[in-house]
Design a protein around this ligand. Sequence first.
Ligand code: AMP
Ligand code: MG
Length: 880
Amino acid sequence: PVPLLRVHLLKLGGAQHVLLLTLHHIISDGWSTGVLVREMAALYQGFHDGRPTALPALPVQYADHAAWQRSWLHGDVLEQQVSWWRQHLAGAPTQLELPTGTPRASVPAAQASRIPLRLPRELGHAVEALARKEGATPFMVLLAAYQLLLSRYTGQDDLLVGTPIAGRRFSELEGLIGFFVNTLVLRARPGATASFRELLAQVRDGALGAFEHQDVPFEKLVEELHPERDLDRTPLFQAFFVLQNLPVEALTLPSLTLRPFGEELAAPSKFELSLNLSDTPDGLQGVLQYRAARVSKATATGLARHFQVLLESLVARPDQALHALTLLTPEERQRMLVDWNDTAREPVREGTFHHLFEQQVARTPDAPAVRFEDEVLTFTQLNAKSNQLAHALRACGVGPEVRVALCFERSVQMVVALLGVLKAGGAYVPLDPAWPFQRRSFAIQDSAARVVLTPARLAAELEASGLQTPCLDAAGEHLASEPTHDPAPWAGPDNLAYVIYTSGSTGTPKGVMVQHRSVLNLHAALKRTVYEAQPSGLRVSVNAPLAFDGSVKQVVQLLDGHCLCIVPDALRQDAEAMVPWVREARVDVLDCTPSLLRLLLQAGLLDGDFAPALLVPGGEALDEATWATLAASTRTRTFNVYGPTECTVDATAFAVRPRTQPTLGGPLLNVRTYVLDAHQQPVPVGVAGELFIAGAGLARGYLGQPARTAEHFVPNPFATTPGERMYRTGDKARWSEDGTLEYLGRIDFQVKLRGLRIELGEIEALLRQHPAVAQALVLVREDVPGNARLVAYVVPSTRAPDAVELRAFLQQDAARVHGARRLCDAGRPTPDAQRQGGQEGAARARSPGARPRSPPSRDRGEARGALGRRAARAHRRRAG
Ligand code: AMP
Ligand code: MG
């Protein structure tokens, strides 16, 4: 049996002693300690004076109290008390999701660490003054501030904190040693209040109610509410708050000097976090105690510091909007907003992609520029072919801001087409031939493409469907008569380079408009960071389809004389076959999603005689195991790159190296990143927020969708140039102490499936259009590891529709949902597609933001060659 009381007197030598008292909590509490010390002092004094002291007799014993409590606290009395608690705590989250930082893994689970806290004396007075003014107590002010702090750190608008209460409501109990203390659970809902004054009123009312119903023992409350239990955490709350406001009496005994001992020794902590303050003559002092196994020292230090900053700002401005009360010190703001975003190492280059390409042609005319299977084009050849196409496109009316759709299977032709469109001055709109037919036709119409560049075989399908945009075979001999010289420059840095479609949560995909200057900045940024130490003339694989913006970061490598090696389609799904191809083609730079990279590593990518010098995975989170494998390689350098299409491919990068954890790194050249809360205020280091991106990479917006654009590209409150915008990514992230960003997932329902960006809402919206579906929910499930799938759940409205029927329904409308392709097979043309043929294209071809330069010297009206004939045919059909 464990003794309830253990006493040791250690003689340290001379007249130094340590008296150790070990009491089980079941027989004592904080109050009891005071009683015990007082009584021991009286007895000691008596012994010292040689006159035995009798302590006054106690009016009741603990057992009397226990018997009384049992006879009183049951039936209606208990029910009345418990029902108050039930109501007070209804719907409150019982888990506090504190950011943990990187806690030390080796410490015992419950071991506590402490951060001392000393608040200036004036701050204590200000707390008291505010309390008095608001009819509250300092306890309530401090508790409300603590809860607000926790709300900021967790992003929770509703949270619970525990606090002890002495539980000696009758004077007869005051002299007893025993376990009377109880724990009260106090709720705060900062989200429901506008100012600190309102929050304080809410906390005060809650606390007064809790004091009134303090007789329900905490364990009884847990029993009654039976919250979901987690054995590693205390039930109902994980953060604790104590305000000691009874000054501890100084103990003086004859010929003895007494000092408390061992308070700083490692002791277990019952709670993940506990703020213990005392009101001392020198001001509010105490410790923030935390479980070192769960919370990092940096996080705890931040909490302690921010408690003070927050308290200072709220006593000064209790009526200010709650979200405007700052947590950060000016130094912290400077570090996050300015120092970590100090990326303007060189100005954003003026110019266009194709113009820089032409300069590179002059530098390395005979070097290979693009390679696919046995076909190779040199820079000169690639330039000549794309010039011929560009001249033909100009004749067709293509110029700045005019969109041209590209639909190619993998070939050197797709690169010719891309350059041809840019050289004509236009913007390319890549379509994937693997998309369902209707998605392709949607993009053609939504982008108001003037022309579709596509091989004859794919053109036939589009034309047969009644699509009225003229198609042009970009490889036809009709181009042979076109001149091969560079067309006169027309587009400028602010003109569109491309429009890439991504999934849209409201039911239709959205076209992201990217300008030349953003593409050039991406090139400069990659050159500085990723390609920094690399020689020229590398073989750079093009694995991503053009319809994924990942391809852009490969294609821009042409500007440095690198050669594009196009990965054949058959290999892209087959890691076992791709690895030998990488070796044979001696690919230096490999581009792929982390999903594919994992398979390639399993297939021995890094193990043979040859391995690529550079890997640039991006598009999804890299897992820790893959990270570690990549970090261990000495031959191959890997960069984890991150960025949404809306910010021109990559916004951040990090060189994977040993002893690092998965991280996004920091912003690239001329890019700025912010981690903000729901009110667009910066959150402290270690605290999760939404990642916002500003700077040179920002897209112009979504084509033809000003409202959606305004919703996602918002004014940048930290801008130094007026009118600057920032893009809200929907990604959850947090800063680390070293200025790198940690990726934490999404705040919405966008997912990545094998690198493919899908808004689950897009598929749900479509499913709900089915007459028999009342509600729909789509999830990504990975029941078989490595085999993630989209799974839809539906609530039927009338009869239960079967899965076959729903699949067929989605298939029909796959036009607008490429995500739905995962639920069904690619669709065939349907009558719907015919109805979608539109004329508005030409009218919308010039968006208001476009500022085309002077027209080219050639006569644009002069329609020639096969393109002209095809266009004319299409025109006749329309007219007929
Ligand atoms: P996309 O527009 O297709 O490039 O998709 C952009 C989204 O992919 C981002 O908003 C992230 O959610 C995710 N993403 C891209 N790169 C990474 C990365 N390196 N780590 C984690 N998530 C990423
Ligand atoms: Mg991307």
